[in-house]
Design a protein. Structure first.
Lengths: 563, 224
């Protein structure tokens, strides 16, 4: 058993991303002492973020490569769809992609920062349509925690008075940035169809908080943010937690298993020190897993013992099951009316200022739609920094070609559907006993098939895009194909959740409403794994909200000596 | 929009969502008419060099680490063709003046699959230009007069005869790199009218009055 000479702690938190960062923030705030284990390397956004660097300064003008899957400047370190030396497998005939990062802050360093609250519709889907599972709490239970989370994270947006976008309390949200021309065009066209277009909520500061500055409207958030405007844990929750003196972070610590005693109490974790390759055991009074939905499930399934031969916290058999991603598809259109328009700086916060929330709850309630759950559209285009792709719309050559490219610049808009999928029997992960990663840890194996629900939803989404584009005087460029071929692959939207779902019963769920595992009272899960369903609204804000609420619950239980 | 531009735009959207689409034709095609130079049959060994890795320095990016593979002659031909595609225009530089030839060399020498796909089109394409120049005018492409060069370029710049399909695909791929390389350069980016990547103090101001006036006209026209 390894002991840190300089640091005593109560809780081990595995992972430093959205869930782990919030867990450490709240636990230390509540007086607990926390040892955080992060699989990746130390990472400092203040000194490592390429702010203002341009494509011409990067190899291959910054395009995506097998080394950097989202382009040269993307923040992700040693990761992407593949992590060197750490494979995963996919069942024959299935397709699934698993995005990982190996860095302090995990995937919060490059995420889209979309921060939409779930609504009362989202927590009680099963009660409404008999599909999937309800959440073991109501919207009202989480609403005050959403306020607290939005405040500390820093979310810009407004309260549009739409039931799919629940109000934040007064003074919580920061002002949203002004809409840009392509967004205003889509807003006007969608209005004719009765479809709302409202400010997107993003975890990007428009007012400074703590020692984080407000956005200065340059540099894509996917690179990370050296001024702290775009939320990521290494510039926000982690330094706040460290300032208490009660957090110690160990990087390059790849956790492989959690130990449990005869009384089913968790006693510590084992990690591989990536620098030495040696296994290190550390003790803990309590453990928080926040390694990401699939990584935490992998740790549990790899933590086999006499008491739990099917893996820790898996008495229900639900660990790894109910794997969900968001549905996703993209279609693009050209708008002749936007050609040759006056130039201005259209970078904005480098992402969507507006979006289309789900407007079909009533139609679903009336039984008018052939799918049960909603979706939203993210859309954007305009005068973005030119990339190599601009060469692909060229025709001919010479000055005539240049005039046409100038005319067309800023006249394209891309629409992305992000929808709720339902859990199904054919979407799950398990351990592939045949394959180990370079640390000797058995790897995850994925199974994935869409159900008719998602296919019907995709069809409806494509119909809607076509209608909006037509109203706005545009012409669709994407050849419409079947929903099967239009839908992005499982995992590709990087919203994987559900693998350790919460519920009201130890028979059908892995944790209770506080992320506390039914099997071991001092083991908590605080990543997206606990989601009982996967509403269309991007999982990060809600998993942080749950982590804050659950960490407070956990701290109090530790104080009372209950766990 | 013409069918051609529709396809061109689709390639662009493909690029936005994933990577760079490559125009390709069935390998091994040989001209049977004898009117044009046959497509060179070249066996190009795969590039084995290492990439820049999964954790490169993003603040001061190092030059791409792989060796450059273009010969001096290939670079000269590339420069001439690049400047036909993006010529100098007053104070606005031509493609070869903003590092496009260096980019093409970096691109076709890269170890990544997509870039190697371009290599399979561009290296034979540069050879074909010389073959065609020799067949028509008895000398290399670089040595031709501008009118002679344009006569060849005009034949491959748009889809035409089947016997030129590989040469046309080469031209499209080459143009993609030239145009992308030019507009990602500081001079090209300015020329296109990109005004971003500058810090703004205070709130984002949104559209300019002129941009709003243009939009309002459009909305009226569309009865929105």
């Amino acid at each position: 058993m390894y002991r840190f000479e300089d640091f005593d702690y109560d809780v081990v938190v595995v992972g430093s991303g959205a869930g782990g960062g919030m867990a450490a923030y709240e636990l230390t705030r509540q007086g607990q002492r926390v040892l955080m284990l992060e699989a990746g390397r130390d990472y400092d956004p203040y000194t490592e973020t390429p702010m203002f660097q341009e494509n011409h300064q990067a190899p291959l003008r910054g395009v995506r490569t097998p080394d950097k899957h989202f382009g040269f400047y993307d923040a992700t370190v040693d990761g992407g769809w593949e992590v060197p030396g750490e494979p995963y497998t996919v069942a024959e005939g299935d397709e699934f992609l698993w995005w990982r990062a190996r860095m302090l802050g995990g995937r919060t360093n490059h995420w889209g920062r979309y921060s939409l609250r779930f609504s009362h519709h989202d927590f009680k889907g099963y009660s409404r349509d008999g599909l999937g599972a309800d959440w073991p709490m109501n919207y009202e239970d989480l609403a005050p925690w959403y306020d607290k989370t939005e405040k500390i994270v820093g979310v810009c947006g407004n309260n549009p008075g739409i039931d799919d976008v629940p109000d934040s309390s007064p003074g919580v949200l920061q002002p949203p940035p002004a809409a840009r021309v392509p967004e205003l065009l889509v807003q006007a066209a969608a209005a004719k169809l009765g479809i709302p277009v409202v400010p997107m909520r993003r975890a990007v500061l428009t007012r400074p908080i703590d020692n984080r500055q407000a956005c200065f409207y340059a540099t894509n958030c996917g690179r990370g943010c050296s001024i702290g405007a775009a939320f990521q844990t290494p510039t926000s929750l982690l330094p706040l937690a460290q300032a208490t003196g009660r957090l110690k972070i160990v990087t390059d610590a790849m956790v492989k298993s959690v130990a449990v005693d005869d009384a089913h109490k968790v006693t510590g974790v084992t990690y591989v020190d990536r620098a030495t390759g040696q296994a290190v055991e550390v003790a803990a009074r309590a453990v928080v897993l926040a390694a990401s939905a699939c990584e935490s499930a992998r740790i549990l399934l790899n933590s086999k013992s006499a008491a739990f031969p099917r893996g820790l916290a898996n008495s229900s058999g639900q660990v790894g099951r109910n794997l969900m991603d968001s549905t996703g598809l993209g279609m693009s259109a050209h708008f002749p009316g936007l050609e040759g328009r006056p130039r201005y700086n259209e970078d904005g916060n480098t992402s969507n200022h507006m979006f289309i929330p789900w407007w079909g709850h009533d139609a679903q309630a009336r039984g008018e739609l052939n799918f049960a759950r909603g979706y939203h559209f993210e859309f954007g285009g305009g005068f973005q920094a030119p990339g190599m792709s601009v060469g692909q719309i060229a025709q001919g050559y010479g000055l005539a070609m240049k005039r046409q490219l100038e005319q067309r610049y800023g006249s394209y808009i891309g629409f992305s559907l992000r929808g709720e999928m339902l859990p199904n029997e054919r979407c799950y992960m398990e351990i592939d006993e045949q394959v180990k990663d370079k640390w000797g840890i058995p790897v995850a194996k994925f199974h994935w098939q869409w159900s008719q629900q998602e296919l019907n939803q995709a069809e409806h989404g494509m119909d809607t895009i076509e209608q909006i584009v037509e109203k706005a005087g545009g012409r669709l460029l994407t050849e419409r194909e079947t929903p099967e071929s239009m839908l992005k692959k499982g995992g590709e939207i990087i919203h994987e959740v559900g693998t350790t779902r919460m519920g009201n019963s130890a028979k059908t769920s892995v944790t209770n409403e506080f992320g506390q595992t039914w099997d071991s009272a001092n083991l908590f899960i605080m990543d997206g794994g606990v989601f009982a369903s996967n509403p269309h609204k991007n999982c990060t804000l809600t998993l942080m909200t749950l982590a804050m609420r659950n960490a407070e619950h956990m701290a109090k239980a530790l104080d009372r000596g209950v766990i | 929009m013409s069918e051609l531009s529709r396809r061109a735009a689709l390639r662009w959207m493909t690029a936005l969502s994933g990577g760079m689409a490559i125009s390709a034709v069935a390998p091994g095609y040989a001209d049977e008419s004898g009117q044009y130079a046959p497509w060179p049959q070249m066996k190009l060994a795969p590039v084995q060099a290492a990439g820049y890795g999964t954790d490169p320095d993003l603040i001061t990016p190092a030059p791409a680490p792989w060796p450059r593979l273009l010969t001096t002659a290939q670079r000269q031909t590339s420069a001439v063709l690049a400047d036909i595609i993006v010529p100098r225009e007053g104070q606005v530089p031509a493609a070869s003046e903003v590092g496009v030839v260096e980019l093409i060399d970096e691109w076709v020498s890269a170890p990544y699959p997509q870039q190697q796909g371009y290599r399979q089109s561009i290296i034979p394409g540069l050879a074909w230009l010389d073959d065609e120049a020799g067949l028509r005018f008895g000398t290399g492409f670089v040595q031709l007069s501008t009118d002679q060069q344009l006569a060849i370029v005009d034949d491959i710049a748009t889809p035409g005869e089947a016997s030129l399909s590989a040469a046309h695909a080469f031209f499209v791929n080459f143009r993609t790199l030239v145009v992308g390389g030019f507009y990602t350069s500081p001079a090209g980016s300015r020329d296109l009218g990109y005004l971003g990547n500058v810090p703004i103090a205070g709130d984002y101001p949104g559209p300019s009055p002129a941009a709003m006036a243009h939009l309002n006209e459009l909305l009226a026209e569309l009865k929105l």
